[in-house]
Design a protein around this ligand. Structure first.
Ligand code: NAD
Length: 358
């Protein structure tokens, strides 16, 4: 079996961090005989500069043919004045829609070596290991009608529509329950069922799906409470299941529990475990080109690809263990650097991970 991987570097630090992930993949190929076919293509602002479009046709063809997609990051102020259809983010959104990537998986894991670099007290977060499963293609972000209309009194009114059909709730709930089975077997579903009709249906459908997973414990929590519990006692969570908007907010909140945005990977999956894997951070124009970017979120995204799309759990473990090893060695990029550790640049960090694969 040869895995075909589309490599989309993107903008800003995207190309810098993806180069380090590619080093890891190439070592897996040369030293461990893993059969990988890597092919690169432009996306985002870089694609606009070269082809006047953030997702040129050949790039779309490549991601459709691939078994999985690795993406760096897109965006930058240079392209912010373009029409919405041509902005870098549009390239990403189109890939998500075309590949029908409806489930977004975001682990928030604290590496014990980084407990001092995080925002909360070490005792609140040591051992933290939670996974947010966020629905990605529905909800108020896509619901119609939406717009800005003129009221009778002449005032303007903005409106959006929160929508979830049963099948959309069911399929993302299944992703959460399946993921929980590989972890501590708890799902906490987040909604606002005390106020929203959509959430009432969400809760009903999730409860029904849970009957198929008697080995997994299901609980429900209102989103406002969930936001509070995430900073009060985050270790109570194993898998957190949310709709698109609530998950957007809670997953960013959760990222701050773990030290640096430069450490957190993500996966977006379709119904057949094909996925796009990317760090949660953006293109970081403030540090681009200065060899400061932390490549570990990107490398950990590649590990997720082996786990979720290829079911190669041993390879995923091997990459994650290599990351733990370099942290144990005291190597830190400047975003996670603290007294007593050794500061390294982007490529030095990548090289150290490659070496630690053995
Ligand atoms: P950002 O995540 O790019 O950066 C936020 C801060 O974190 C910056 O100070 C940056 O230097 C730092 N940072 C981010 N990644 C880092 C890493 N790997 N190592 C060390 N430090 C890191 O968010 P932003 O500044 O709000 O956005 C910049 C651009 O990225 C914007 O154009 C935005 O639209 C885009 N963006 C893209 C994605 C994506 O491609 N999925 C996600 C978020 C933002």
């Amino acid at each position: 079996m040869t895995y075909k991987i589309a490599i989309l570097p993107g903008d800003g630090i995207g190309p810098e961090v993806i180069a380090e992930a590619v080093k890891v993949l190439e070592r897996l190929r040369s030293a461990f005989g893993v059969r990988l076919e890597l092919q690169s293509a432009p996306v985002g602002g870089a694609a606009y500069d070269a082809h006047k479009h953030p997702l040129p046709e050949p790039t779309l063809r490549l991601v459709k043919q691939a078994d999985a997609v690795l993406l760096g990051a897109v965006g930058g102020s240079r392209w912010d004045s373009l029409p919405r259809e041509l902005r870098p983010e549009k390239g990403l959104l189109t890939i998500r829609a075309e590949l029908k990537l409806f489930a977004n998986l975001r682990p928030a894991m604290l590496f014990p070596q980084l407990a001092n670099a995080a925002a909360l007290k070490p005792e609140a977060i040591s051992g933290l290991d939670l996974l947010i499963v966020r629905e990605l293609t529905g909800d108020i972000y896509f619901g119609k009608p939406r717009g800005i209309r003129r009221l009778e009194n002449g005032e303007r009114q903005g409106y959006d529509t929160m929508l979830y059909a049963e099948h959309e709730i069911e399929r993302v709930a299944r992703v959460a329950f399946e993921a929980a089975r590989k972890r501590r077997k708890q799902v906490c579903s987040v909604d606002k069922a005390n106020v929203l009709e959509t959430s009432g249906l969400w809760r009903e459908v999730v409860t029904r799906v849970a009957e198929e997973y008697p080995d997994v414990a299901l609980s429900h929590m209102y989103v406002d409470n969930a936001a509070m519990q995430l900073v009060r006692a985050p270790k109570q969570f194993d898998v957190m299941l949310t709709g698109n908007m609530f998950g957007d907010i809670l997953s960013d909140e959760a990222s701050m529990l773990t030290g640096s945005i430069g450490m957190l990977p993500s996966a977006s999956l379709d119904a057949h475990d094909k996925g796009m894997y990317e760090p949660i951070h953006g293109s970081a124009p403030d540090i681009a080109g200065r060899r400061l970017a932390n490549p570990l979120a990107m490398i950990l995204s590649a590990a997720m690809m082996f786990r979720y799309s290829f079911n190669e759990l041993a390879l995923a473990d091997r990459i994650e263990r290599a990351v733990v090893t370099v942290l144990d060695q005291g190597l830190r990029t400047s975003d996670i650097h603290t007294a007593g550790t050794k500061k390294v640049n982007t490529a030095e960090m990548g090289d150290a991970v490659v070496k630690a694969l053995e």
